[in-house]
Design a binder for this molecule. Structure first.
Ligand code: KG4
Ligand code: ZN
Length: 338
């Protein structure tokens, strides 16, 4: 406890960030420490799971200490430990889970295993103090693309998901094809600002009528075919135009489906989450199209869109309040569903 407030420490290690966040009474941010491995994985053009696990192991204790320092508290003041149990890279997840269990056991602190995707949605509770379920959510990250009906803090219904590549994965793949490198999302976002979004007619894939599922795997092939055709014709490749046109094809489908879901389910708010939610064109277009239908858009600031421990702490707090706890048999679940 700190000044009578309940303190939750959240640990996130599902992919390439070792992150620890601390919140008071579930939603007040006291610390957000993120140790990113992006520089290391950039050399390999993507996340190398074995390296990620080793780096988490090297970093985890230091990141926990730094978060406690930032919050100005000691472990004895922590009332609850939350940790990402999945989905993610199994070796990476195991480091966070083992650290959380060790802390919980040695200090006698309750423990809650958190679904990483629930965490992404919960990142919104930190910055939007008035936000309470129900609401519609668009969760777009490197591994997932989902439209989720959030009924209450602990109950989510998955209305749609990707049938192949996640939106972030598509950004990363196309970035590689056009030579922008890893991580692709922010680089495509930047290049697209200088390009013409109508330059290349990339297909908008909506699947069956009324479906909230997505398919982005064909876009990489389309980008490759376009580049080959242009090269064979001896025309110069305009990376900015490809970035802008590709981005528009992804973003339009995301926006149209999220808005349609909100309308069908009578929701007046769409809450965005996940790394791709920081995409500037996605933010712009969804605000415009949802706004035209009287729907409000909420999203975390970019630092809370990508992986962090604060969102895990917040999600753990609400699960704990509902009576959920994990014991020391808690294990990583790399393929955990929403
Ligand atoms: O949520 P996140 O940090 O990790 C996962 O849980 O996957 O999302 C990372 C993904 C990466 O694919 C990255 O390229 C993408 O989010 N991303 C973006 C932007 N910033 C990050 N994609 C498009 N535009 C951005 N500005
Ligand atoms: Zn994530």
């Amino acid at each position: 406890m700190l000044d009578g407030k309940h303190i939750t420490l959240g640990i996130e290690s599902s992919c390439d960030e070792t992150a620890v966040g601390i919140v008071a009474d579930g939603r007040e941010l006291l610390a957000n420490v993120i140790s990113s491995q992006i520089d290391i994985h950039t050399k390999f053009g993507g996340v190398v799971p074995e390296i990620a696990s080793r780096k988490h192991l090297e970093n985890i204790n230091r990141v926990i200490d730094a978060a406690l320092g930032e919050a100005g508290i000691t472990l004895d003041q922590v009332d609850l430990i939350g940790v990402t149990k999945g989905p993610g890279l199994v070796g990476a997840l195991l480091v966070g889970v083992a650290a959380a269990k060790a802390l919980a056991w040695t200090k006698g602190i309750p423990l809650v295993g958190v679904n990483h995707m629930h965490g992404h949605i919960a990142s919104n509770y930190i910055e939007h103090k008035e936000l309470e379920p129900p609401f519609m959510s668009l969760v777009v990250s490197g591994g997932h693309t989902n439209i989720i009906m959030v009924d209450d803090y602990n109950t989510c219904r998955k209305l749609g998901s990707t049938r192949d590549d996640a939106a972030g994965e598509a950004f990363d793949k196309v970035a590689r094809v056009i030579g922008l490198g890893y991580p692709g999302g922010p680089k495509v976002d930047r290049a697209a600002k200088e390009g013409d979004r109508d330059a290349i007619p990339f297909k908008r894939v909506y699947l069956e009528k009324g479906s909230y599922d997505f398919s982005f795997s064909g876009l990489k092939t389309q980008a490759l075919n376009y580049i080959n055709t242009e090269r064979q014709a001896g025309r110069p490749i305009d990376v900015n135009n490809i970035a802008a046109s590709f981005q528009e094809a992804v973003v339009e489908v995301l926006v149209d489906k999220a808005v349609a879901a909100a309308l069908e389910y009578g929701q007046k708010r769409i809450v965005m989450a996940g790394g791709v939610a920081s995409n500037s064109r996605l933010r712009e277009l969804i605000t415009e199209r949802a706004g035209a239908c009287g729907i409000e858009i909420l999203r975390p600031s970019p630092v809370l869109c990508t992986d962090n421990g604060v969102m895990i702490a917040c999600s753990a707090y609400y699960a704990y309040r509902k009576g959920e706890t994990s014991d020391l048999t808690l294990d990583a679940d790399p393929a955990l569903e929403f």
